[in-house]
Design a protein around this ligand. Structure first.
Ligand code: NDP
Length: 426
């Protein structure tokens, strides 16, 4: 029995649904980039106050610069070269079931950790040798943001064109706007180079870490020292990104890789939204060098670590269970529901506590990052507000997907595991 995720099945939508969807896609295309400028400018030039953008505000939208363009194109090329050339273990993804295609699994080269470490070494080398100041990214931030937006929107155009040539007949039913925004195909590839897998992490997540470090350097330059809040936010986010690369193969069983087409939403989201909005706490701290009391700092470390253990533990349990279902979980043989479709739904460990404990852990970490910025302004909390909305929506989408896919078996699972994300609350 073939299963088609609802997001892909355009033919089942009514004309009104299609029109509303198109409106939503156009709004995303317009407003998402505007939001990145708004939050960056408000934090950098308006003391993180929620202001109404006037002429002066718009004057802070920098045009692309040659320096930023050279940096950003060089950056994409460097990461592309690392991804293509560095050695790495080949991993097979989960078998894809696309209408009109034979079930097949794609191969991915796991060399993200090498690329991450090498990039950090190159960055340190450039700073120590005096080629670039440590504050380079902070200084270039405004034009870099504009440049990244322009380059990535063009790259999304290429993904659209490439995706159209590799789309299934069903994917080709998407209109041009929809195909550009959500993606023309699931896994656009040039040879064995998988654009989605590459963009999910390399240029965006590594740039995020470098932006954090550059903000710490800027704080040092402007305030004469690095505050403990800045140390914490840099360390927390470095852990998050390093962990991603250490556990890189775990991405292969996620929704993004398996079910999300690759277009503006993921491509721009990973390349622009992630580095420039996830690093906002660091940007805020440049001019707000908050010294947290030691007990507060310790509490944040513990809270972040607890979130990490839940997030990583849950994701690993599912990942390992799908690969080797007999492996013990929390010291016991795993319990599961054998579905009619053949796959097993885990009900042990974190997956027996709530249906998305992994989201809970991720949210706890995000909250810890934002809490480093104190309570004076709401904009440094942008990440956790956005992320909460995203994950609540994503959980509902995933629930719908699983309900359609597993039918009565999913009802059995949800009856057994009642809580969606936070046991006792939601
Ligand atoms: P999950 O990794 O939670 O995967 C959900 C899928 O797992 C379901 O569609 C189903 O797929 C399978 N599944 C569900 N329940 C079970 C079960 N009990 N046993 C076995 N398999 C099950 O979803 P995501 O891809 O959304 O999230 C992965 C991680 O990425 C999360 O930690 C999330 O927080 C993080 N994330 C981070 C974002 C960010 O911006 N920082 C954005 C989005 C996600 P099937 O049965 O078809 O295999």
């Amino acid at each position: 029995m073939r299963y088609t995720p609802a997001t892909m099945d355009v033919t089942q939508q009514t004309p009104l649904q299609r029109r509303l969807n198109n409106l939503g896609f156009a709004a995303m295309l317009l407003f998402c980039p505007l939001i990145t400028w708004y939050v960056t400018i408000a934090i950098r030039y308006y003391d993180a106050v929620l202001v109404l953008p006037d002429r002066a505000f718009l004057g802070h939208v920098a045009p692309p610069s040659l320096t930023a363009l050279c940096f950003y194109l060089g950056w994409l090329a460097l990461q592309g070269a690392f991804a293509a050339l560095l050695p790495g273990k080949l991993e097979r993804g989960i078998e894809l079931e696309l209408p009109g295609r034979e079930p097949h699994a794609l191969e991915y080269k796991m060399n993200g950790l090498g690329a991450f470490v090498l990039t950090l070494l190159v960055a340190v080398g450039l700073v120590l040798s005096g080629v670039l100041p440590a504050t380079f990214l902070y200084q270039q931030l405004d034009s870099l943001l504009t440049t990244a937006n322009v380059v990535v929107l063009a790259l999304c155009g290429y993904m659209f064109a490439l995706g159209r040539t590799q789309a299934t007949p069903q994917e080709r039913t998407r209109n041009a706007l929809e195909a550009y925004v959500i993606g023309a195909a699931l896994n656009p590839r040039n040879g064995s180079f998988d654009w989605k897998f590459f963009c999910e992490s390399r240029p965006g997540m590594i740039l995020w870490v470098l932006l954090d470090f550059s903000f710490a350097a800027a704080q040092l330059a402007r305030q004469g020292e690095i505050s403990n809040s800045m140390w914490l936010v840099c360390a927390f986010q470095l852990l998050y990104v390093a962990d991603y690369f250490v556990m890189e193969d775990a991405i292969l069983t996620t929704w993004d890789i398996r079910h999300e087409p690759f277009g503006f939403m993921l491509c721009w989201g990973c390349l622009v939204w992630i580095p420039f909005t996830f690093s906002l706490q660091g940007l805020y701290l440049v001019d707000h060098p908050i010294q947290l009391p030691v007990p507060a700092a310790v509490a944040l470390v513990l809270f972040n670590l607890a979130g990490y253990v839940i997030f990583r533990g849950a994701n690993l349990q599912k990942h390992r269970f799908r690969k080797a279902p007999e492996q013990a979980i929390w010291g016991r043989a795993p319990e599961f529901i054998q579905t009619q479709r053949g796959t097993k739904l885990l009900v042990s460990g974190f997956w027996g506590v709530a249906r998305h404990s992994n989201y809970l852990g991720d949210l706890m970490m995000g909250l810890a990052w934002c809490l480093t910025t104190g309570f004076a302004h709401v904009l440094p909390y942008f990440y956790i507000i956005y992320f909460l909305i995203l994950l609540l929506h994503r959980e509902r989408r995933d629930h719908g997907h699983c309900a359609r896919k597993y039918g009565a078996d999913w009802d059995t699972y949800t009856a057994r595991v009642r809580w969606r994300i936070l046991p006792g609350v939601y």
